[in-house]
Design a protein around this ligand. Structure first.
Ligand code: ZN
Ligand code: ZN
Length: 228
């Protein structure tokens, strides 16, 4: 009886250790498989400017973000090539950046963008892309003078935003918030916001636990810090 109970104790102990090991490796797997953002090139960074905002050392989109409608800025969507559903989500994402005075988070910013069919006047171009790494949903490259610039060191005049429909779809399913969140996040980069670990900020990476798909008050304050 004593031996048996010892054996049983040992069994229980082994099971516990196995459970702990499984849990441990599950956590590691979750962590590594959620580490997105590698393809975001120069914008793949969490940092704060000297004033405490999540910006790239206060570098900006040349020409600003629209000046409260006094000067409009334009974005362009490669509609010929982009999935219609994704197109609509891009438009909603930008709408959510513009109309923040009477909608949450009730913070006025100078952002005033309009869609254009003339790519020449656009400062933010949206493309549907195919990113080989399924864990990466999108990326933004910031350009000046025909070259990709690291926004930590330079201002930029144009943003190329690539969205991977299928990578987003495979993660979220047909979920407006998923597509809008990714588009809103990339548009935030185009305007000069970098990553943050604040899960209530649209500039938090999915892998870091972002819970929102629209700009937060802090995101709007950071825009005001750069352009207001
Ligand atoms: Zn600053
Ligand atoms: Zn990002």
């Amino acid at each position: 009886m004593v031996t048996l109970s010892k054996n049983m104790k040992g069994m229980v102990e082994l099971k516990r250790i196995r459970k702990i090991l499984v849990a441990f490796f599950t956590v590691i797997l979750l962590f590594t498989s959620n580490f997105y953002g590698k393809a975001e090139s120069g914008v793949d960074v969490v940092m704060w400017c000297f004033h405490g905002y999540h910006t790239f050392n206060d570098h900006v989109l040349i020409g600003g973000v629209g000046d409260y409608g006094a000067n409009k800025q334009y974005y362009w969507i490669h509609t010929a090539q982009m999935d219609n559903y994704l197109e609509e989500r891009v438009r909603t994402a930008i709408y959510n950046w513009i109309y923040t005075t009477s909608n949450p988070p009730y913070v006025t910013t100078p952002i005033s963008f309009r869609e254009t069919t003339s790519q020449a006047v656009s400062v933010a171009d949206f493309y549907q892309v195919d990113i080989p790494d399924d864990d990466v949903f999108a990326y933004t490259n910031l350009y000046f003078g025909g070259e990709i610039k690291n926004p930590i060191n330079y201002n930029w005049a144009w943003a190329f935003i690539g969205l991977d429909y299928f990578n987003i779809y495979n993660y979220y399913g047909v979920n407006n918030r998923g597509f809008q969140g990714v588009a809103a996040h990339e548009f935030g980069h185009a305007m000069g916001l970098c990553h943050t670990y604040d899960v209530t900020s649209v500039m938090c990476m999915i892998g870091d636990g972002r819970q929102v798909s629209t700009p937060s008050a802090k995101d709007c304050y950071a825009i005001n810090h750069l352009y207001a």
